[in-house]
Ligand binder design. Structure first.
Ligand code: SF4
Ligand code: MG
Length: 326
């Protein structure tokens, strides 16, 4: 006789006071001061709680958190290759399903969470992430987005914004803007091609209650969910470490980042300002954009203006692709 798989029901919170005191991500790591992804980990850990298994594809949150004989993880955690967070999570989830059905594991299904950087989710890791979502595994896939390959020295990723200076996109005479392309839309990539996907959300470390609730809604699905979390990186974006939350909020207030949910085919938006600030406000505090001239800023503003008219929806890009001639 097989045992029915029981799921955890994670509570939705109303305010900061209801954020759990208990941490799953503790002091004792070596991330930079003001690290947005570290704050992201702390909040996702609080949201998921102790009955969870976290997977860390290679990235800053693996490298800086797993110094020899030292770890900040209070929950079960395993490293995966940068390519295969989705595949390893699929195997863990499938194994728990079998063990529970056969009565060999008595608890509820643990919260299984992949914590991938932008590289491990939407670039190098996209194949395994897509496989997980296609097959319908009961896993939450989180992408902590610091808009670069940070742990290897701030190289460009598909999430690096247009004109974002990285070690692979230095502005110069030949390419004055540094990076010519606009970023991928990760949430739309996954929504567009995965019929088994139950829930998708975008969140920001600047809005912790919203972030925790989206993680919990993702966990409460009986199937795959994806949460894309904007996580400013002071080292790679080159801003003062105490400004992380300000930078995160500026992104939302300028429309560089839109917080939304996609559930049952419906979109719901959060933190939409009455009037968007100019994109310049987001760019000015970050050294990675310091080379931008007025023409580049206008191009960036046109892209963002088009995007915020249809938040969360595919848009017709108002700019040429990198290999097209004007
Ligand atoms: Fe965090 Fe960026 Fe430093 Fe990596 S490089 S630890 S993401 S601040
Ligand atoms: Mg990254």
């Amino acid at each position: 006789m097989s045992t029915k798989v029981q799921h955890q029901e994670m509570e939705i919170i109303k305010n900061m006071r209801q954020i759990p005191v208990e941490d799953q991500y503790l002091p004792g790591h070596r991330t930079c001061a003001g690290c947005g992804p570290a704050l992201c980990y702390k909040l996702v850990g609080k949201a998921a709680g102790p009955d969870s298994i976290f997977l860390g594809p290679t990235g800053c949150m693996y490298v800086a958190n797993t110094s020899y004989l030292c770890t900040p993880f209070a929950m079960p955690w395993t490293h995966t290759q940068i390519t295969n967070g989705g595949a390893v999570a699929s195997g863990i989830e499938a194994a728990y399903q079998v063990l529970i059905r056969k009565g060999k594991y008595k608890g509820k299904l643990p919260n299984i969470v992949v914590m991938a950087g932008d590289g491990g989710a939407i670039d190098i890791g996209i194949q395994a992430a897509s496989g997980l979502m296609y097959r319908g595994h009961d896993v939450l896939f989180v992408m902590y987005d610091n808009e670069s390959y940070a742990n290897t020295g701030i190289q460009t990723s598909p999430m690096t914004p247009f004109a974002g200076k990285t070690t692979f996109t230095p502005p110069g005479k030949a390419i004055p803007e540094g990076k010519k392309t606009f970023p991928k839309d990760a949430a739309q990539c996954f929504i567009g091609g995965h019929p088994a996907l139950k829930y998708v959300a975008t969140a920001s470390v600047g809005y912790p209650v919203d972030l925790i609730n989206k993680v919990r809604k993702g966990l409460n699905q009986k199937g795959p969910a994806f949460v894309h979390i904007h996580s400013p990186c002071p080292k790679g974006w080159i801003f003062d470490a105490k400004q992380t939350i300000r930078v995160a909020k500026d992104a939302v207030e300028c429309g560089m980042w839109v917080n939304y949910e996609w559930e049952n085919g419906e979109y719901k938006y959060q933190h939409i300002p009455k009037t968007y600030k100019p994109v310049k406000e987001f760019l000015k505090g970050q050294e990675r954009f310091s080379h931008m001239d007025e023409e580049m800023i206008t191009k960036m503003q046109a892209f963002i203006t088009a995007k915020i008219k249809t938040p969360g929806k595919p848009i017709e890009l108002p700019v040429l692709g990198p290999r097209e001639e004007a």
